[in-house]
Design a protein around this ligand. Structure first.
Ligand SMILES: *Cc1c(COP(=O)(O)O)cnc(C)c1O
Length: 454
């Protein structure tokens, strides 16, 4: 049919809005206009040769309205087995932390108010003593994230001074956070020593001059140099720094508050050991291995922490009340080992393979049979993620699916359900690793699989 003819058949916005299924939708006008415009474009492009029925058009407007109601930032189901998945929001908060956030957000709070004295208080006080109690530090303060913490510490303590660091620790974290550039932005002068694979204590010693402001250690969270390697321990660097009247600073990155050795992870230091080694200032993340909200935690000797708190950046990087609430609640859980295990990151890290196999069987049973799809429980390997413990894989269990239409089809289809389900394709099969799944989502997973595969 000729283009002009088709154009004349396009219904008026008002007659489309009068369709019964759209009555009661106050914001349908815009959606109806957009749908009709799409029709015009299609006619002009020659891809539409007949005008759909009014019922069909009304359905499309309705679908458009429903789509618009889905929030942009919304939950997803993580079946990747990567615990601290950077793209999926890193650490999931504990129930206690979630409750604390809701309470702080809903009304007024003691954020900067001292109830006993009836006067102004400090927002750092809510968590500082807890952090000191758990880590053994003298003093503590918190900012928005660990990248901010590093920048703030360098700005406050080493501006205009040389900072000595091993060439093996000039890390890029991702999102263009590179240690050399952060040092430059913090006003410090990079003094790199040693080589990529080997740095000796004598290299640090030789670099110390009257211009030196600090010795810096950066934990190579997201990579490991293996083989012919050497680097002095934090304790040795601390001793050298103190002999020269300098502070030893460490960017620990991941910030585990419990030893990961019981979970078979031997090469991830915990915050307490940095304190025991005598570091003057240590920074780490709140939402990596600690399992709390996004935050940067700065701990160490009182005089340095006081200097950090007074720097103007501290105000620009300050943590908000919801984060503080979540952080305090999470830290409290570290005071009691039973409650520590309720922190999702800790629970996921410590889940035993046998328990995960049972969990995978539970999901397998919930899914049941799907005609045309091979479904099995399979052993797999997960990861800590978030740039933490990169060389370590976690033995895990998954439900493995092979639909007739192929694993790529399933991977894409599950991203379009709400909430989306994210898995991964491994050796031609679609895997849902149960380590990072919550049992409360099993019925949604099962229903979605039937919906997209049948
Ligand atoms: C992750 C990490 C950072 C950045 O921490 P964020 O909390 O993501 O800002 C900095 N340094 C190291 C060594 C890290 O591992």
């Amino acid at each position: 049919m000729a283009e002009g003819n088709l154009m004349r058949q396009i219904p008026k916005v008002d007659s489309l809005l009068a369709m019964s299924c759209l009555s009661g939708h106050s914001n349908a006008t815009q959606a109806a206009r957009e749908e009709l415009e799409l029709l015009r474009e299609g006619i002009r492009a020659g891809t539409i040769s007949a005008i759909p029925s009014m019922e069909e058009l009304a359905e499309r407007v309705l679908a458009r309205l429903e789509q618009e109601e889905i929030p942009s930032l919304r939950p997803v189901i993580n079946g990747t087995g990567v615990i601290l998945h950077t793209n999926l929001g890193r650490a999931c908060l504990s129930e206690a932390a979630v409750e604390a956030v809701a309470k702080a957000a809903r009304g007024y709070s003691t954020l900067e108010y001292n109830v006993e004295k009836g006067s102004r208080g400090s927002r750092h006080d809510h968590v500082a003593s807890l952090i000191c109690r758990i880590t053994g530090a003298e003093a503590a303060c918190v900012v928005n994230n660990n990248a901010a913490a590093v920048l703030l510490v360098l700005s406050a303590l080493t501006k205009g001074k040389e900072v000595v660091i091993s060439r093996g620790e000039l890390v890029e974290i991702g999102g263009s956070f590179r240690v050399p550039e952060v040092m430059e932005q913090g006003g410090a002068i990079l003094r790199e020593v040693g080589t990529t694979n080997k740095t000796h204590l004598s290299d640090y010693a030789a670099a110390i001059t009257p211009e030196t402001g600090a010795l810096l250690k950066v934990h190579t969270s997201n990579y490991r140099i293996l083989g012919f390697t050497e680097t002095p321990s934090l304790a040795e660097v601390v001793e050298l720094a103190h002999e020269n009247g300098l502070p030893a600073i460490e960017d620990l990155g991941s910030g585990a508050l419990t030893s990961l050795e019981p979970y078979g992870i031997w090469d991830e230091p915990c915050v307490q050991s940095s304190m025991e080694a005598g570091a003057d200032v240590v920074t780490f993340s709140g939402d990596k291995l600690l399992g709390g909200p996004q935050a940067g935690i700065i701990i160490g000797k009182k005089r340095y922490i006081e200097a950090v708190k007074k720097h103007p950046f501290a105000r620009a990087m300050r943590i908000d009340k919801m984060t503080l609430a979540a952080l305090e609640a999470t830290l409290r859980q570290y005071l009691d080992p039973a409650k520590t295990r309720e922190i999702p990151v800790v629970a996921m890290l410590s889940a035993e393979a046998e328990k995960l196999r049972e969990k995978a069987e539970g999901l397998f049973t919930a899914i049941g049979e799907i005609p045309g799809t091979e479904i099995a429980v399979a052993a797999t390997e997960g990861q800590v993620g978030g740039g933490s413990v990169p060389t370590h894989t976690l033995p895990s269990w998954a439900v493995s699916l092979l639909p007739q239409k192929g694993p790529e089809y399933l991977e894409e289809a599950l991203r379009s359900v709400n909430p989306p389900i994210i898995g991964r394709i491994y050796k031609g099969r679609f895997l849902l690793d149960v380590r990072t799944l919550f049992e409360r989502d099993f019925s949604h997973i099962a229903e979605s699989l039937h919906k997209v595969l049948e």
